[in-house]
Design a protein around this ligand. Structure first.
Ligand SMILES: NC(=O)C1=CN([C@@H]2O[C@H](COP(=O)(O)OP(=O)(O)OC[C@H]3O[C@@H](n4cnc5c(N)ncnc54)[C@H](O)[C@@H]3O)[C@@H](O)[C@H]2O)C=CC1
Ligand SMILES: O=P(O)(O)OC[C@H]1O[C@](O)(CO)[C@@H](O)[C@@H]1O
Length: 383
């Protein structure tokens, strides 16, 4: 058991329900950092929270001895905490992630005279999150801190998989999570990672992150966007709709064909993986909304994310245009949840600049390609 400090940015669903829980179980003194006053106060008042598993038994666990700091209001204390931590993790969302660079850089400045190692892991739904964070931190460091960083600080990339839906509990800190979870971290060559129970280390993360992002996240997002189009509000109802289920399976067959070819996965094993994931979407103990799972459509139709990245790789691998993924991108382009800032921005761009320009601007797909044409055709034929 460790008795060291773990600073975790983002005391939200994944922060409390997954990463913070594992860190606390591993004996770290967990310090959450967040910008939400209520959350920070509540954590400090109670010092513990409950995690409930979303299954028939609904077993619950207390996560004890946690504290929190406000990123902005308690910046100094947080910098000092990073100065003493063994591990810093994040679950704030890919667009917020680079904003943490300044405070992490200042935390590293505190450590320049020490020989203590620090591991910084971005636990976000994205490829290369920790590297992106490191690239944002590095230019902010003094020469001395860079030297320290090169020797003692690692930013290993990670894949995190656990569905933690919208939370509705009397106690604001209680969090219900699906029983399944997977946290895979790429072990940097020659470096050692702090021990965290339930964290799997691998030499090469690419097969893990691509399998997860292009299956769990692709499938979930297709369910959300097609559900939203059909005015279905819950993920559970959406995935039970036959047409949606067919579209999800079709998209996962396309990404599956790519993953099997690229990573030499066995077809049978990958089919089992897909089936398990669809069962996870159907979990009757999870109440989740299509608007949460579909949130931030601009990010989701970005070049490196769950639709466009596998669609492009599919074209390259098979010299064919993926039909179901094109339809998924078209459905994402139609997501017009008025509560979602990115959805509003995307819809405004389509109205202002036209569909062609919006596809090119947000997906990076060029107009003369078959993929572009197929997304457009799907957009007009999807009802
Ligand atoms: N919820 C889920 O099922 C899964 C989420 N993820 C990923 O985990 C990350 C977090 O997602 P959720 O926990 O669902 O979101 P969430 O919205 O529940 O939590 C995010 C937390 O970050 C905080 N935050 C925002 N800006 C911040 C800042 N500058 N500094 C510190 N904290 C800040 C928010 O106040 C919030 O408490 C995302 O990248 C998501 O893609 C990955 C796998 C599953
Ligand atoms: O968090 P993102 O990237 O917006 O994706 C939405 C959802 O996808 C999942 O990771 C799994 O499909 C969620 O539970 C997650 O919050």
């Amino acid at each position: 058991m460790s008795n060291e400090i773990a600073v975790h940015f983002g005391a939200g669903n994944i922060g409390r329900g997954f990463i913070g829980w594992l860190l606390a179980q591993s004996g770290y003194q967990v310090v959450f950092a967040d910008v939400n006053d209520d959350l920070v106060n509540e954590i400090n008042e109670k010092g513990r929270y409950q995690v409930i598993l979303a299954n028939e038994e609904q077993a619950s666990f207390w996560v004890e001895g946690v504290t929190a700091l406000h990123n902005v209001k308690e910046e100094r204390a947080l910098i000092e905490m990073i100065g003493k931590a063994a591990i810093v993790t994040t679950a704030v969302g890919p667009t917020v992630l680079p904003l943490l660079a300044k405070i992490i850089a200042e935390g590293m400045e505190q450590r320049v005279r020490s020989k203590e190692t620090l591991t910084v892991i971005a636990c976000e739904n994205m490829i290369g999150g920790s590297t992106i964070l490191q690239e944002a931190v590095w230019p902010l460091l003094s020469a001395e801190a860079r030297l320290y960083g090169e020797q003692y600080v690692t930013f290993p990339n990670a894949a995190v998989d656990r569905i933690v839906p919208n939370q509705v509990h009397q106690d604001k800190l209680t969090v219900m999570v699906e029983p399944f979870c997977e946290w895979v971290v790429e072990m940097p060559q020659g470096a050692q990672l702090p021990k965290v129970a339930g964290m799997l280390t691998v030499a090469n993360l690419t097969p893990y992150i691509e399998r997860k992002l292009f299956t769990v996240n692709t499938g979930h997002a297709v369910t959300a966007y097609l559900g939203y189009m059909k005015e279905i509000s819950s993920i559970e109802d959406a995935i039970h709709n036959e047409r949606i289920l067919f579209a999800v399976r079709s998209a996962l067959e396309e990404t599956g064909a790519l993953l099997e070819k690229k990573f030499d996965f066995s077809h049978e094993e990958h089919q089992i993986y897909i089936d398990k994931i669809i069962e996870r979407f159907k979990n009757p103990y999870i109440s989740d909304y299509v608007t949460r799972v579909g949130r931030s459509p601009i990010r989701k139709i970005g070049e490196n994310d769950r639709f466009v990245q596998p669609a492009r790789q599919f074209v390259e691998a098979f010299n064919e245009t993926p039909k179901a993924l094109s339809q998924a991108i078209a459905a994402a382009l139609k997501f017009n949840d008025p509560e979602d800032a990115e959805a509003r921005q995307l819809q405004a761009a389509i109205l202002r600049d036209g569909l062609d320009q919006a596809i090119e601007d947000y997906t990076g797909i060029k107009p003369y390609t078959m993929l572009f044409q197929r997304i457009k055709d799907s957009y007009y034929s999807l009802v």
